[in-house]
Write a protein that binds this ligand. Structure first.
Ligand SMILES: *Cc1c(COP(=O)(O)O)cnc(C)c1O
Length: 216
């Protein structure tokens, strides 16, 4: 598995406005450095402990993305270390982020994770909970919402497209409104097997693991 070649292939296929986040979970720092050498600076991790370990070992100009679900008791470990939290899913978590970032006088950039397929196995806010979550965001001082993130249900190309379209509709609708602390700039959707369709349906941030670093 040639990490550099994989990255070059993906970059040659995606439009300039789409950010590639290399998902390095479970992979060693040597692999991350290979991607770093050819200019990748955005990496995604799904576990706080692993992200913090890698943060300590790797160059400080890396932008870390927390893409996995975040437990409230772990928020304190990532303050100042992550560029973007992709997994804001509840008011409880929002309040904890507000508190921990507030203690350090910092502002957290976050995406609201929407459970677009309404799957019990996945985290994320349900569509009907978005209003309440947004109202709570508007009351914050230390949290800015930059967009939404989705992990779609497993399915074929048509099913994938259906969920990406549905996600884009939500993104667009929120973008058309004016809320305090919210600017809808990022639509984080698409992984190794579906990123091309995701981009066709409006994604501007793709999260690729296997397609860069090989099977986990
Ligand atoms: C692991 C993971 C990815 C990457 O998945 P691949 O299929 O390996 O590209 C993307 N997003 C999230 C949230 C993940 O947990």
């Amino acid at each position: 598995m040639d990490i550099k070649e994989n990255i070059e292939n993906i970059l040659s296929e995606i439009p300039d406005n789409v950010l590639l986040v290399a998902v390095s979970k479970t992979k060693p720092v040597e692999d991350i450095l290979e991607a770093y050498e050819i200019g990748i600076r955005n990496f995604g991790e799904n576990k706080v402990q692993e992200l913090v370990d890698k943060y300590d070992k790797l160059p400080k100009d890396i932008s870390w993305h927390l893409i996995g679900s975040l437990q409230t008791n772990k928020v304190k470990y990532i303050v100042g270390k992550v560029t973007l939290i992709h997994s804001l899913s509840s008011i409880k978590l929002l309040e904890k982020i507000e508190l921990e970032y507030g203690k350090k006088g910092m502002v957290a950039d976050v995406l609201i994770q929407v459970n677009i397929g309404r799957e019990a196995s996945k985290s994320g806010a349900l569509e009907e909970d978005l209003d309440g979550l947004i109202q709570a965001v508007e009351r914050c001082e230390n949290v800015k919402v930059k967009g939404i993130m989705v992990i779609i249900p497993k399915g074929n190309d048509d099913e994938n497209r259906y969920y990406f379209k549905k996600s884009f509709e939500i993104f667009k609708e929120l973008k058309n409104n004016i809320y305090k602390n919210i600017s809808m700039e990022i639509l984080s959707m698409g992984m190794t097997h579906d990123y091309k369709i995701a981009i066709e349906e409006g994604s501007n941030l793709i999260r690729i693991g296997t397609g860069i670093f090989g099977a986990r």
